[in-house]
Design a protein around this ligand. Structure first.
Ligand code: ADP
Length: 388
């Protein structure tokens, strides 16, 4: 239920309660144990307010707080028997004057750690005939933040899509103009293929990201062999490594397993190995190693590449963040690879961390809970399905 619907329901319910109290039990309109300032609250109102998730405040005819939920106090909306936000008080007075329900948004100077202001959706309603006013306020700072992130994401995706789509359109025009020059047609057709591949890569990454981002559990989890996942990921990246004469080496403990989705694990490893190759000079080594770590399995991908500046380390897992946008595009990067890795780790209740030194190289480590709670190696001769 949306806040407006919930607030509407609560205001309606309180109005009914108030009406019934006036008619049926005028002598029982106080609930002394729930009233804070000694003034009267309609019976039952306090109980309704107590179960509300949002901040609730009831003011008497003289703007004194009759009741305030603990959330309202924690947010600093109420101090003692006073409503602190001047804007809210003005709204309450208007409502008391004309009896009309009002909705608004207000910002209150932040009280949470690291938060400058708290944004509230508020609904103010008259409560009965004694000049009492009900104020409901819901903290929507987090929802606002999520909305802003989503807006940014859509803007970024549009921007990323525009580049290859624009290039394809230009190349198609150029091919038309060069119709009687077969050599030029071949050259431009090749570039079209390249742009189409880039577009395909981006769309694939977006699909993968949206598949795992919902924070839903993996749909069909199963036992995943780390050896097989590494083998598949390396297999996929071999051509790219060979083109730069980069040796792809794997080692460590064999036979370890996790509980999860093999396709997602391969995708995450592929992204890490792909990056290791993309951001390393020719004739270097990329090492993938596995080791048990108590109840987890650690898989690390190390390279001898350009490394990552310290100030960028905490941002590289953000969607579309690149240290060097031109280099990322030149190597066919989408800027989504590490965001996917982070979400794959989270979907497996694991995590990913990074160590890096500019000019020396980087190591990305995936730490995932081991199958069965402890990281034990299964001898290769026992099939996964029967191994316990
Ligand atoms: P991209 O598609 O641009 O590679 P990623 O999300 O995979 O996007 O990575 C984000 C950024 O992190 C990259 O653009 C690059 O600047 C940096 N990065 C990732 N992996 C490495 C690495 N192994 N070595 C150096 N920089 C890296």
């Amino acid at each position: 239920m949306s806040f407006a619907a919930l607030a509407g329901f609560v205001v309606g319910a309180l109005a009914v309660l108030f009406y019934r109290n006036q008619i049926e039990a005028p002598s029982r309109i106080t609930e002394p144990e729930t009233v804070e300032t000694g003034a009267a609250l309609p019976q039952g109102v306090a109980s309704v307010l107590a179960v509300l998730p949002s901040s609730a405040v009831v003011l008497d005819a003289h703007d004194r707080v009759l009741r305030a939920s603990s959330a309202a106090r924690a947010f600093g909306l109420v101090k003692g028997d006073r409503l602190m936000a001047a804007e809210l008080l003005a709204l309450a007075r208007q409502v008391r004057r004309d009896g009309e329900i009002r909705e608004s948004e207000i910002d209150v100077a932040g009280h949470k750690f690291g938060q400058e202001t708290t944004n509230f959706a508020v609904r103010v309603a008259p409560l009965g005939t004694y000049g009492q006013v009900l104020v409901l306020a819901e903290d929507q700072t987090e929802r606002r933040r999520v909305e802003a992130v989503r807006r940014d994401f859509v803007a970024n995706v549009s921007h990323e899509l525009k580049t290859p789509v624009g290039a394809l359109s230009l190349l198609a025009e150029t091919i038309q103009d060069a119709a009687d020059d077969p050599e030029a047609v071949t050259r431009f057709a090749n570039r079209m293929q390249h742009e189409a591949a880039r577009l395909n890569h981006l769309v694939q990454d977006l699909i993968t990201l949206s598949r795992i981002q919902g924070a839903e559990p993996i749909p069909t989890p199963g036992q995943v062999s780390i050896d097989e996942a590494i083998h598949d990921a390396i297999d996929y990246c071999n051509t790219k490594a060979a083109a730069k004469d980069i040796a792809l080496v794997s080692g460590g403990t064999e036979g370890l397993r996790i509980w999860g989705d093999d396709e997602l694990l391969v995708t995450a490893l592929r992204n890490l190995i792909d990056n290791a190759i993309a951001y390393s000079p020719e004739h270097t080594r990329v090492v993938v190693s596995v080791r048990p770590a108590n109840d987890s399995v650690e898989i690390s991908v190390s390279d001898q590449g350009i490394g990552i500046p310290e100030e960028a380390l905490e941002r590289i897992f953000e969607r579309f963040f690149r240290v060097d946008a031109a280099r990322s595009r030149a190597t066919g990067g989408t800027g989504l690879g590490l965001a996917i890795v982070k979400h794959v780790a989270a979907a497996h209740a694991g995590e990913v961390s990074v160590w890096s030194k500019e000019g020396s190289g980087s190591t990305f480590t995936l730490r995932l809970p081991a199958f069965g709670g402890t990281a034990v190696a299964v001898p290769p001769s026992i099939p996964l399905e029967t191994a316990k």
